[in-house]
Write a protein that binds this ligand. Structure first.
Ligand SMILES: [Zn+2]
Length: 882
């Protein structure tokens, strides 16, 4: 296996030797390597490369072009096809097919290759340099060539987030995501994006396009039919070359629903995104015998027989698939270029007029209205007859409910007011959109819409732009259909999450405008990153400064102040001080050093720093930063990696802690807070978390990593954690790690249960099923644990734990609920079947245990570094003094 160091040298060598290649530096990775893209085309095309890029951009944005002008650009332009490799570094076919594809494109002179080079600009992109370096070095380090493996890697193959590097594409947290999106949505706007992965389902060689439903109702249909066309060309070529084993649609789990993957974010930009998942390792493997896969079907027209499989076969398949895509692009250059223009133009038109988007809830609603009317008119005798037994056709008069109800129109645009409490987070949201190629405007003066005044500096995102589906997806709920294997059967798990709406999970304020609107709006240049304008109230002849607890970035400034040994307090009675800020806001006594830090914070973090003339009467004790430990495990937990990134970004100092150190005990000497993300604390029923098949022992891994080995166990680790809390420590648990509450026998039970033959059993998935979705929570923001939060928050729920308090726990007052579900319909975005079971369930609580406490957050309050709206729930645990 080639390392990245070797691959980079090879890229440079080819680029210097071939007149078909131009090497592009895309930017640095999180570990500081250079990420490269190779632009491959005919020497003639490369001479006019900037012109072709300009044409690709103009057609994709479709702005102020007539059809005539578009057709002229189509005639002149070249198809642009993106092929990447190595995003998931242990999927080693990815990088190695990229290296081989480069070689074939620069060295072959057959008519097909020459035609491709003439008609297509090929972008060969290395998706994850850091990962390749780690994985290849690890694999090659074993001198026994037959025992080489890339299992038991010592760390994540992306510095912070490993496999989740393919879940970051609407949020843009990671540098590699930013580099890639810059090429996709600012520089090149390829019509086709091919993202290589592995592995396909057992008994296949490769899973590829087209994909199973549900597809996202925001897409232009040409995206879906474009996937069909490319998919047909890929499978055709394999079959014609005698390469069996391609499976499509229902043959694999991949759908097009989710935004946020490298391939799928492309759909929301009118680009045809392709993903393949192929088998194969440098260590020879085999195609197993799966009888059900041997029957040819629409999913798998040409099944593969069980056989030995070596790496070369996977590379050959990948080259065939790449050539199928490139050949299609060469032969259909005009169609691809025209279609992306057509999709962009359709988006602009839809955003310039009243438009309605149909999702499954609207269809259900209209069927229900019609059913109700029928029952009324026919009397009670039809009650109980299911709709399935009748015709699906209903009277045309109901059609107007779908397409004439003006309150159900798609917004023409969104306004993000600049006077919202956490404006810097709103700007972070705006920047994610800007990085994704969205056109954003800014108000130069105040203006009013629908009778509401918006201040200067507010941002405006209109929907009359080519990438309209992306805009709608960032602001609107995802309405995932009820997807069951058969009526009354078990739910079909979504390929990733079901609902994500960043505008909800980031807790920002925005206004939907359903009609055309104008104002003093300055259109920002594409790609121009925005910084919030902070305010510094330096008039403080008074006693001190105030930082608003509602603002996420306030915690960054507070951490800086504390690290400079300055005094910081929290308001314990906000109303008594006449300050307009959230509960538990921060008070900093006036002083020169504080002034310098806060002035800089207002400038660099966009914070509004207020001031008070008198020292407030209700203050906490002086805050002390706590000694924070973050759990992780050998190989790296992705959730812990995200947390590491969040803590670093907010300038919390912390140490990573592993099971062995926890087992050694005496934790209170070193730490004040220990933090467990999902996946750390085992359940009561599986207290040892026994690994299923892996037989790796601690002696099998290199000495320098052995201190990281081991898992949290009930008999040792949890005993040690109990002592830590009883001695005054705080343990904060998120998601499944709230299991700790059960181990400690606190007064809580699982609320998602029902009685069956006199016994409590957990609800089955055909009654209650909520895969990754956003739900609305009621929050007690008078508790210090929830300072800075509003009365409600949208929280990320991922089959998350929900609790009931025992009567004993309530009466003794040992457990305080921080947040709970106060509605029978808490769903905000995604899919929540049986959501009424959540009603009155406790989502988060804190419990006194000895001198310390346990904080338990059922929902994923820091999910993938995206849920800015709920980070504060955790941060409040990181200071002492209240
Ligand atoms: Zn993958």
């Amino acid at each position: 296996m080639a390392t990245y160091t070797q691959t980079e040298a090879y890229f440079k060598k080819i680029a210097s030797a071939s007149n078909r290649v131009s090497l592009v530096d895309m930017g640095l990775t999180e570990e500081g390597r250079t990420q490269y893209m190779l632009v491959v085309s005919s020497p003639g095309n490369l001479k006019k490369i900037n012109r072709y890029k300009e044409i690709a951009q103009k057609l994709a944005r479709a702005e102020s072009l007539t059809d005539q002008q578009a057709n002229e650009l189509v005639a002149e332009g070249k198809a642009v096809v993106w092929i990447d490799g190595g995003l998931h570094a242990t999927e080693t076919v990815g990088t190695h097919q990229l290296i081989e594809t480069l070689w074939q494109l620069v060295s072959r002179n057959d008519p097909e290759t020459l035609r491709i080079l003439d008609e297509v600009i090929v972008l060969l992109v290395h998706a994850n340099p850091d990962g390749q370096e780690l994985v290849s070095n690890w694999y090659m380090s074993n001198p026994d060539t037959l025992k080489r493996s890339y299992s038991q890697l010592p760390g994540l193959y992306q510095k912070y987030v490993g496999h989740d590097n393919n879940r970051d594409f609407y949020m843009m947290n990671m540098k590699e995501t930013q580099n890639i999106s810059n090429q996709l949505y600012h520089e090149w706007m390829p019509q086709v994006i091919y993202n290589h992965h592995q592995a396909g389902p057992a008994g296949s060689v490769v899973a590829g396009p087209p994909y199973r439903d549900p597809f996202n109702y925001l897409f232009n249909p040409l995206v879906i039919t474009g996937i069909d066309a490319l998919g047909a060309s890929m499978i055709n070529r394999l079959i014609a070359e005698g390469k069996p084993g391609y499976t499509e649609r229902g043959g694999s789990a991949f759908s097009t629903w989710y935004n946020g993957g490298l391939r799928t974010t492309a759909y929301f930009h009118n680009m045809i995104g392709l993903l393949t998942e192929i088998i194969g390792n440098p260590t020879p493997s085999s195609v197993p015998f799966v009888p059900a896969r041997l029957l040819p079907s629409g999913n798998t027209p040409y099944p593969v027989m069980p056989q030995k499989w070596n790496f070369k076969k996977s590379i050959d398949y990948s080259i065939s698939l790449n050539y199928a895509v490139l050949d299609y692009a060469a032969r259909n250059r005009e169609h691809l270029l025209y279609n992306i223009y057509f999709m962009g133009k359709s988006s602009i038109n839809a955003g310039n007029q009243d438009s309605w988007t149909i999702s499954s809830k609207r269809i259900d609603a209209i069927n229900n209205i019609s059913k109700l009317d029928q029952r009324r008119s026919r009397g009670s005798d039809t009650v109980g007859v299911s709709s399935r037994e009748r015709s699906d056709t209903i009277q045309l008069k109901y059609f107007k409910v779908l397409f004439k109800d003006s309150t159900l129109r798609d917004p023409r645009g969104y306004i993000l007011p600049s006077n919202q409490p956490d404006f810097p987070t709103a700007v972070k949201f705006v920047n994610s959109m800007i990085q994704s190629g969205i056109r954003v405007s800014k108000a130069t003066t105040s203006f009013s819409v629908d009778g509401k005044i918006c201040e200067a500096g507010s941002f405006i995102v209109k929907t009359n732009q080519a990438f309209r589906p992306f805009v709608l997806d960032m602001f609107e709920p995802q309405d995932h259909p009820n997807d069951f294997l058969y009526p009354g059967g078990p739910p079909v798990k979504p390929y990733d999450i079901a609902g994500w709406t960043p505008a909800f999970s980031m807790g920002i304020e925005f206004k939907r405008v359903l009609h055309d609107f104008k104002g003093p709006f300055e259109v920002l240049p594409y790609g121009q990153i925005q910084s919030p304008q902070g305010k510094f109230d330096g008039s403080a002849s008074g006693s001190g400064y105030v930082l608003d607890s509602r603002c996420d970035q306030s915690f960054v400034a507070v951490n800086e102040l504390l690290q400079s040994s300055l005094a910081v307090y929290r308001f314990t009675n906000e109303t008594g001080s006449g300050v307009r800020a959230g509960e538990g806001s921060f008070y900093i006594p006036a002083g020169n050093k504080a002034k310098i830090i806060l002035e800089r914070a207002s400038r660099e973090l966009g914070l509004s720093v207020g001031s008070v003339t008198k020292r407030p009467s209700h203050l906490s004790a002086r805050l002390a930063p706590l000694r924070i430990a973050l759990w992780d495990t050998y190989g790296g937990s992705i959730s812990s990696g995200w947390m590491r990134w969040i803590l670093e970004k907010h300038q919390f100092q912390f140490k990573t802690i592993y099971a062995q150190e926890i087992n050694e005990g005496n934790l209170q000497k070193k730490y004040d807070v220990i933090l467990f993300v999902s996946g750390a604390i085992p359940s009561l029923s599986d207290p040892e978390q026994r690994p299923s098949r892996d037989t790796t022992k601690i002696t099998d891994i290199p000495k320098e990593f052995r201190y990281q080995w081991g898992k949290i166990t009930a008999d040792t680790s949890i005993v040690s954690l109990k002592k830590f809390i009883e001695a005054g420590g705080t343990v904060a648990t998120i998601g499944k790690s709230t299991n700790l509450a059960y181990h400690l026998k606190l007064g809580v039970t699982n609320s998602l249960v029902e009685m069956n033959k006199g016994k409590e059993i957990p609800l089955s998935s055909d009654k209650f099923f909520i895969p990754g979705s956003l739900l609305r929570l009621r929050i007690d923001s008078t508790l210090s644990a929830a300072w800075g939060m509003g009365a409600y928050a949208d929280v990320f729920f991922d089959s998350s734990p929900v609790f009931s308090l025992t009567p004993d726990a309530v009466s003794k007052g040992l457990i305080k609920p921080i947040a709970w579900y106060d509605s029978v319909q808490p769903l905000r975005s995604g899919w929540a079947f049986g959501q009424e079971y959540l009603f009155n369930g406790v989502a988060a609580f804190e419990a006194k245990v000895g001198k310390g406490k346990l904080s338990a957050f059922g929902p994923e309050i820091t999910f993938r570094g995206q849920t800015y709206g709920t980070f504060k729930l955790l941060f409040n645990d990181f200071y002492s003094g209240y």
